[in-house]
Design a protein around this ligand. Sequence first.
Ligand code: HDD
Length: 715
Amino acid sequence: MAKSPNKTPAAKSPVNGGQDRAGVVGETLVAPGGELHQQAGEPASQLTTNQGVPISDNQNSLKAGARGPVLLQDFILREKIMHFDHERIPERVVHARGSAAHGVFECLDSCADVTSADFLQRPGERIPVFTRFSTVAGNKGSMDLARDVRGFAVKFYTQQGNFDLVGNNIPVFFIQDAIKFPDLIHAAKQDPDREFPQAQTAHDTFWDYISLTPESMHMIMWIMSDRTIPRSYRMMEGFGVHTFRLVNAAGASTFVKFHWRPKLNAQSVVWDEAVKINGADPDFHRRDLWEAIDTGDFPEWEFCLQTFTQDQADALPFDVLDATKVIPEEVIPLRVVGRMVLDRNPDNFFAETEQVAYCASHVVPGIDFTNDPLLQGRLFSYQDTQLKRLGSPNFHQIPINQPKCPFHNLQRDGHMQMGIPKGQVNYEPSSLGADVARESQATGYRTFPALETGEQLRVRPDAFADHYTQARMFFISQTEPERDHIVAALIFELSKCNLAAVREAVLSRLVNIDETLAARVAAGLGLRGEITPAPAPVPAGEMEPSPALSILAKSAPGLVGRKVGCLVTDGVDDALLEEVRQAVTAAGAKLAIVAPTITGVVTAGGALLPADFRVDGGPSVLFDAVVLMPSDEGGAALALEATAVNFVRDAFGHLKVIGYLPSAAPLFVKGGLSDANPDVDAGLINFPKAAVADFIAAAESGRIWAREPMVRKVF
Ligand code: HDD
């Protein structure tokens, strides 16, 4: 790059202490290294203070003499620093780390039979949405691949107001009553004295709480499953969790559970991979979502209703008001009524993703609550927390929270009032002001007139007492690898719990779910004695397995939305690379080039092939399948790089499909994989014996589960 001409402000100005003064009108912009970035003419817009006063120098504070003290009268300095000092707001007490996107919701099926909700009436009609995904326990700066529940919150901007569906990627919850929530979260988050461990449940206080909370057992099965280490936010199911109530125009009520089904199917990573992704790219999920949307690969979900009547609810062997229970899809099927496509990244993380205020109490006409005591507590908590986080009852005026339909009422004033309500009348009823907004019995929100009677009691209904039947149903509904992972996760987590009595208490509950599960976990913990079952007021009953609860049972072949990593060196075969690129792209995936340097490699044909990653920055955990295409010389050289050897060893250990040329053999040898055999391992695709199409077909069918017992001890 050209060196800057002698107009370098640093050289010119004795006042700036040798610092560059980028942005000065009419001068040349110079980077600290002295290289020319861009020419500055008149700025696109004049920099001003918040009061609109033009600023002449944004690099130097006002001083009494060049080396003198800074003057208090420097209102530009004070305003800038004051604003900076107040940039942060309290992070969310849970779900602090998240990522969001704008999108559209399209109604596919009129739901007028069950609800008057305006956005579910007319097939083909679209409304805007803003959707935020999150982890629960970790702080805002924690890593994406923590083993954790994921939040799945959607704000629907309907023509009858905002509807917030504040759900998770798991359809059940830890507790049945909101009064327990602060204790659950205290136990799950960092210990209060030492402020660690960060973003994980693998510690004493969490398992202590769980061991004393048998209602959490169903949720424990879910969080120990691969659901809590999703491959991508784009590949997660979503659930409203509670039973809600729909009300149609005639006032008839139907119960409902809300479901989101991803077009890309639910997909997960394996645990060792999750651990390594956290190091390789702590922003793995948010980057994945951002890049997918940025490149036009818009994630999509089906919106489904699982509706049922009071009679159907009464016939179920559990209480539909209990948030620790699912209604199996096999019992009450899902009705697809809409779809959501996320097609635009936020313009500003803070203004949108951070300030978006979801509230479980934000419903619209046609959608109502039930008496689920967990839901009832949430109806208070979210609005309260937004007041704390955003600092004003006017948080609905922040652009991301504003309804996109007209809204007006007689609420007034408060911190940061953004509107200028006009006129004399700010009360109702009033005989003044003909244009004042009025209530309407005909069109306004009407609560379903459910009949409620009862004594005031602090009790849990008897119908909530069965904590094991559905936990067992979930476990037996999993495929073998998925069961293995639940066992492994429990062993991992409980091995991080230093309290032997707690470990044993958890085991005494697991035995109520499934004896083999408990025995396998006990073996993994090295426990030799008998496991005494915990007292269970209602022992686990038998329910039919529900294949819909298994990710693998439902998975369909495909590489759409996935990423393939291609390890290359100088001398890479141009034709084969092109064939791989075309095949991967045709399969709907993206190919990333991983090379010994970021500049890239020179192909056998003499072309410069730029790299997406240097090999140490692009480990195979970032990809769904890999191709090893070094030249003969390059393969030998890569075998001397630990990161390249680990690339191959991890791809194998994480059960990925590996396409490779014979020139990659030194990497297998160095990685201790000499006996990996393409004749018995369907995931080893040996070019040119096998065709690129074979690689794609293998990669489309997913991980090589048959390899798993070879790469880790399965208790
Ligand atoms: Fe909650 C945030 C989901 C129970 C209290 N919750 C929050 C978010 C999601 C959920 C997705 C993040 C929203 C966002 O992206 O901004 N929460 C759930 C689900 C629950 C649940 C699916 C059970 C079915 N939550 C729950 C209970 C309480 C809360 C029982 C309190 C009694 N949740 C909160 C909160 C948060 C929150 C403290 C923190 C930040 C926020 O609300 O906006 O109010």
